[in-house]
Write a protein that binds this ligand. Structure first.
Ligand SMILES: [Fe+2]
Length: 210
């Protein structure tokens, strides 16, 4: 597999994987009977699932019309999986409110989240192999970056800050440096400062695990 081209999925998908694995781990440990702990968790979970849904919508709006031209079968498969993910997301969201104070619903929510994560993990891996190969064969890096910029320009600033936090914490140090250097070329100084602050926090968190 070719790997020396720009892969527009790597950062955001590493970020999504990190958030999903964090959510699963926390849900597994959580006492849902304890409302003061369960409430902030389900608020984070609901927000994160909604942002993951928006991520798939961004792909549908920008990447799908391009892929329909050069890989229509694969494009249909991606759209279909996004629909399956939407069903999982609705299931997770419908359990969120009732899970606070209820260990039984909390366990159902944990299982629904695990099914959603399983489908997401398999789907994102397909995008980072088969889909990105089709993109590389049919688009040059400038076209890929233009598509990525079209997606970023659609994201509300408060959501962008959350995606950015997921990504900076989810990638390795080399990717973090590349990402921040790219931001320095075009992003507002406050966005760069925010990313650098997140990078510091991510490094510290990694050190404490070492
Ligand atoms: Fe996707």
């Amino acid at each position: 597999m070719q790997t020396n081209r720009y892969n527009p999925y790597t950062y955001i998908h590493k970020g999504i994987r990190r958030e999903l694995t964090d959510l699963l781990r926390i849900a597994a440990n959580l006492d849902f009977a304890d409302g003061s702990a369960a409430e902030p968790f389900v608020a984070r979970l609901a927000q994160s699932v909604q942002l993951m849904h928006k991520h798939a919508e961004h792909e549908d709006h920008v990447i799908d019309p391009l892929m329909q031209q050069f890989a229509p079968k694969l494009a249909r498969r991606v759209l279909a999986t996004h629909k399956v993910l939407e069903g999982h997301e609705e299931e997770v969201l419908s359990l969120c409110d009732e899970a606070v104070g209820s260990p039984a619903v909390g366990y159902s929510l944990y299982l629904a989240l695990s099914r959603y994560a399983a489908t997401q993990f398999a789907h994102m891996s397909e995008e980072e192999t088969d889909v990105v190969q089709a993109i590389w064969q049919n688009m040059d890096d400038a076209e890929i970056i233009a598509a990525e910029n079209a997606i970023v320009s659609q994201i509300e600033p408060q959501n962008l800050a959350i995606y950015l936090t997921w990504m900076i914490h989810g990638v390795n140090e080399e990717e973090r440096t590349t990402f921040i250097n790219a931001l320095k070329k075009g992003a507002p100084p406050e966005a760069v400062a925010f990313a650098e602050e997140q990078a510091r926090a991510a490094r510290e968190a990694q050190l404490s695990l070492a």
